[in-house]
Design a protein around this ligand. Structure first.
Ligand code: NAD
Length: 527
């Protein structure tokens, strides 16, 4: 049984903290660290979404027409603004997510890198192509493929990395020449609203970037209006979005949930594997789609690994650190997600797993769950099959590498994975057997930061990829243009009227082109 998404669970409970109930005109954005109100945000009705998309659509042809160099000038200004306002953006994000400072400060610099990467590589990724005609008669034609943007891209984003998961797609879409309308999570809309405000008011950018706010109704309306849907969120909502997009045959790219495995083989550097597991599972309080959610350790090193990991996790500091960098883990961003985490840990405990540290919510205001290590888990437990999306590390003993690979692949998800081995070569051999869109060898999370390789899910972790050429080519459509290279006659042998003589001649030409071997080409048959 799948867990409800944070949006659904909040909607079931009423309007508190992020999710507007029914036709509400506004919703509250709260500080997850203590539950206090930051501000109300107006809900954008379907009619208002249609207006915003229409305005973006009207501005897009000019945006496409100014070309890559013209668009690059605007995106360079956006990058410079982000660099100049880095601290302020981190303040807004820290308030609305409950992240620790080190993680709130990560997002704007990462996106500056995304801007640089795409403005510098788009010329190559979207270059016109001039394929060679595949048969002789077409040599009189010039073949071209030009890449034209979808006019308006709708970006629907989640709450765990509010800026990265909106703009890591919005940026390449803008670079490609699309207009973009973002619907951020109703739990964390403020940092996206701030960037869009700056684009309009401080940078003075064209009306090709906008934001609409609300929950499912607003998101659904955006799906109805745009030409391409870029969705990041739970697999459950992703399926709803894909069904809705089918009504208008609108293409979708879905970046969905994961249950990422980490394998530790007996020859691995144990200390590095322990440190990597703690960070890969608990960074952003475990609220990362690519977080390590299952650990498989070979039997000879299992006990030592579990002891060292527990000791490592016990030393982590959890709290509200403002600008002090004094904590490693922050709050859970939504109350509903904290409930899912508590449910998974209780289910594991009930089925016989050992909770070695953590294992409960923290007392007091806000939504907090302690960093947790659980040993002796198996695949009968939710914590090993469903997405937990919280600060929990379940560790399972396996007999050997083959069992580790089998268990890692026993999942409906396939977002990414990590392998710790004695050598890169051995790690890479295991990586090639893992069913996931990306695999780190002797490392965690790095595949996301390496923009030169695609990031996307296999199986129910998604459809489509971001980063590398994939991350921008999805926002364009190939347009084929075929034109004459030489002066043409008044007609064409393939055109009307059809006559027996013409047909005979054409058949001979086709046989000459398609057959192999001179006798066959000339229709002489076998010797
Ligand atoms: P969610 O699916 O609840 O919501 C995601 C977005 O969809 C929100 O903006 C929400 O308002 C919107 N939405 C909800 N119902 C909708 C509908 N009917 N039509 C259109 N839009 C709708 O996800 P969440 O709780 O915000 O985020 C957590 C999930 O996101 C986790 O499953 C996590 O793994 C996944 N995630 C995936 C990636 C990735 O790149 N693969 C990255 C981060 C998070």
């Amino acid at each position: 049984m799948e867990s409800a998404t944070a949006s659904e669970a909040a909607a079931q409970r009423g309007s508190h903290g992020g999710a507007p109930a029914g036709e509400a005109a506004s919703f509250e954005v709260r500080r997850p660290a203590d539950g206090s109100l930051i501000r109300d945000v107006d809900v954008d009705s379907p009619e208002r979404v249609a207006e915003v998309v229409a305005r973006a659509r009207a501005a897009q042809p000019e945006w496409e027409a100014i070309g890559l160099s013209g668009r690059r000038r605007w995106l360079d200004r956006l990058r410079d603004w982000m660099i100049g306002n880095h601290d302020r953006l981190a303040d807004v994000m820290q308030e609305e997510t409950g992240k620790v400072r080190a993680e709130a400060e990560l997002e704007a610099p990462f996106l500056c890198g995304t801007i640089n990467y795409y403005v510098e590589h788009a010329g190559e990724f979207l270059a016109e192509e001039t394929p060679t005609p595949h048969i002789l008669p077409l040599k009189v034609k010039r073949l071209r493929i030009v890449y034209r943007p979808y006019p308006v891209v709708g970006v629907i984003s989640p709450w765990n990395f509010p800026l990265i998961l909106a703009f890591d797609d919005a940026i390449p879409a803008l670079v490609a020449g699309c207009a973009v309308v973002i619907k951020p999570s109703e739990f964390t809309p403020l940092s996206t609203m701030e960037v869009v405000r700056a684009w309009k008011e401080e940078i003075g950018g064209p009306e090709v970037l906008d934001v609409v706010n609300g929950a499912g109704e607003t998101g659904g309306a955006l799906v109805d209006e745009v030409d391409f849907v870029q969705f990041t969120g739970s697999d459950r909502t992703g399926k709803v979005v894909m069904k809705r997009a089918a009504d208008t045959l609108t293409p979708v790219s879905l970046e969905l949930g994961g249950k990422d495995p980490l394998i530790v083989l007996r020859d691995a550097d144990l200390e590095r594997a322990v440190n990597a597991t703690a960070t890969g599972a608990l960074a952003n309080t475990g609220q990362i789609c690519m977080a390590i959610e299952r650990v498989y350790v070979e039997e000879p090193i299992y006990d030592e690994f579990v002891d060292r990991l527990t000791e490592r996790v016990r030393k982590l500091r959890q709290g509200t650190d403002g600008r002090s960098f004094g904590a490693d883990l922050g709050a859970m961003t939504t109350p509903a997600q904290a409930e899912i985490v508590a449910d998974h840990v209780e289910d594991a405990r009930h089925r016989g797993a050992r909770v070695l540290t953590g294992g409960k919510r923290k007392e007091g205001p806000g939504d907090w769950y302690e960093p947790t290590v659980i040993a002796d888990v198996d695949h009968s437990m939710k914590v090993m099959t469903d997405e937990t999306f919280g600060p929990v590390i379940p560790v399972m003993k396996v007999a050997d590498a083959d069992e580790a690979v089998r268990m890692a692949n026993e999942s409906r998800y396939g977002l990414s994975a990590s392998v710790f081995a004695g050598s890169s070569r051995q790690g890479e051999q295991i990586a090639r057997r893992i069913e996931a869109g990306a695999v780190n060898v002797n490392d965690v999370l790095t595949t996301y930061f390496a923009l030169g390789v695609p990031m996307g899910g296999w199986k129910e972790s998604g459809i489509g990829f971001r980063h590398a050429s994939y991350g921008i080519k999805k926002f364009v459509r190939p347009e084929s243009i075929v034109s004459p290279r030489v002066k043409q006659g008044k007609g064409d042998p393939l055109w009307f009227p059809y006559t027996p003589t013409k047909r005979k001649m054409i058949n001979r030409v086709f046989r000459f082109i398609n057959a192999r071997g001179l006798r066959n080409r000339l229709g002489l048959g076998p010797k």
